[in-house]
Structures are given as C-alpha cells and as structure tokens.
Ligand binder design. Structure first.
Ligand code: IPE
Ligand code: IPE
Ligand code: MG
Length: 232
C-alpha cells in the first residue's frame, strides 16, 4: 500500500456524534480530541510523514459562546498534554492559522509546544487553529506588501514558490490526500491554495468514530486514484 506523504483532515461531525447520544456538543468535541490522539499514533505507525488537521476555523467564532468557551478549554488542555504526546510519537507539532486571536496563555502554550517538539522527526503534525485559507492568503499578501515597500522583494520576483513561502504552510509539501468526515463535501475555507492537486476522500463516518480501519480505507481509496497533475 502506497501511503500518502501528507494527509490533511477536516475533522467534522463532533456535534452530530454527541447529539445522536443525547449529549451536549462539547462532549463530542472531547471525544473528537481523544480520537485525534489515536489517529496521530496510527498515522505515525502507517508511515505518514505529514498530517494536518482542521480543528477550528476563522468562521467557528460564530458559534455560541458556550461552545467556543468549551473549545478553548479543550485546546488549553490538549496543547499542554501534547508535549508528552509529541515526545512519545517523535512528532513535530506546528499550529497554522492566526493565533493572535487567542488568549495569551494559549499562544504561550503553542509556542512552548512548537519549540519543545521542533527536533522530532517521525511525524510532522500541523493543527489548524483559527485558520481560514482566505485569511491566510490575505495575511500573506500584507506581509508581501511590507517586503515590497521595504525593498526586500520586487514585483518581478513574485512567483508561485515565493507566494507559497508567505503562507503558514511554508516548508510543508502539499497534501496528497484530503479527508473530510461526517458526509459534508465542501472545503469550508481549508487550504484552498495547497489542495490544488490533492485527492479528496469523503466519508459519512463522524469524526469521533473515524478510527484506524477508516483511515486505512481512505488510504486504499487513494491508492486506486491515478494522479495526473495536469499531465496524461
Ligand atoms: C467539528 O465538528 C469540530 C469543529 C468544527 C470545532 P462540528 O462541531 O462541526 O460538528 P457538527 O458538524 O456540528 O456535527
Ligand atoms: C469546518 O467544519 C471547520 C472545522 C472542521 C474546524 P464546520 O463544521 O465549521 O464547517 P461548515 O460550517 O459545516 O461548513
Ligand atoms: Mg461541522
């Protein structure tokens, strides 16, 4: 089985998973977070080199205060716990997205985790938090505009590679396989630039139920695809 080098996952369906059990949405998020720990381990075991997960979008602030507060609490705990997980899995962790919107203690936990795990090499694990692809591109363009006006960059030097280097995902290969759980078939503002030639896999399975067997199914689907990148 050919294992994709970079898998990106839109973790969706936590709320519906909880609702089916008569539980509050926050319970679904707790279960979804536990599942993320398992999937990191499985991904490493299968030989995946890069795993990127969409955990909180720039649009998710629109949810109820109760739900957003619950998610922040979950991120606080998870980011701390992730120090141990990164060591156990020899996994480098990075957060993509605009983290300046988070409380300062969350920002500090992110910096600590990124710094602690920076030399781990088995799995490169990216968590998208307050991430939106349009926001990422606008931030990139602002940064480019600064470099243009300071003379660090000239208009003629702007290429796809140069633009790519201004994104949060700089230094990462593009995803080979994108998985979205819970039956939704849209990108919801996830990695619009980076997914240009990625294979998409959609499953009705809700994120808290997406286990090793389901990940292998997705990889098998990927193996059946004929990737072309515009050639023949
Ligand atoms: C995904 O699950 C997790 C986040 C977006 C934070 P949802 O919370 O979107 O669950 P559904 O889609 O309502 O079931
Ligand atoms: C996308 O899921 C964002 C994350 C999984 C973090 P949503 O559940 O927020 O997306 P929509 O609203 O169904 O498009
Ligand atoms: Mg959803």
């Amino acid at each position: 089985m050919r294992v994709p080098n970079h898998i990106a996952i839109i973790l969706d369906g936590n709320g519906r998973w909880a609702k089916k059990r008569g539980m509050p949405r926050s319970f679904g998020h707790v279960k979804g977070c536990e599942n993320l720990e398992d999937i990191c381990e499985v991904a490493k075991e299968l030989g995946v080199k890069y795993l990127t997960v969409y955990a909180f979008s720039t649009e998710n602030w629109k949810r109820s205060k109760e739900e957003v507060d619950g998610l922040m609490k979950l991120f606080r705990n998870y980011l701390k716990k992730c120090i141990k997980i990164s060591q156990k899995n020899n996994m480098r962790v990075k957060v993509i997205g605009d983290i300046t919107a988070f409380d300062s203690d969350i920002q500090e936990s992110i910096e600590k985790l990124e710094d602690f795990s920076k030399d781990f090499t088995d799995l490169h694990f990216q968590i998208a938090l307050n991430y939106g692809s349009r926001d990422e591109m606008v931030r990139a363009m602002r940064h480019m505009a600064d470099d243009l006006s300071s003379g660090n960059l000239s208009k003629d030097e702007i290429t796809e590679e140069v633009f790519n280097g201004y994104l949060d995902t700089k230094e990462l290969p593009d995803p080979d396989l994108m998985i979205r759980t819970s039956g939704e078939e849209r990108l919801s503002n996830f990695m619009l630039w980076q997914l240009a030639y990625t294979e998409f896999y959609f499953t009705d399975v809700l994120w808290p139920d997406f286990n090793k067997k389901e990940l292998i199914k997705a990889i098998e689907y990927y193996n059946g695809r004929d990737r072309r990148f515009g050639g023949i």
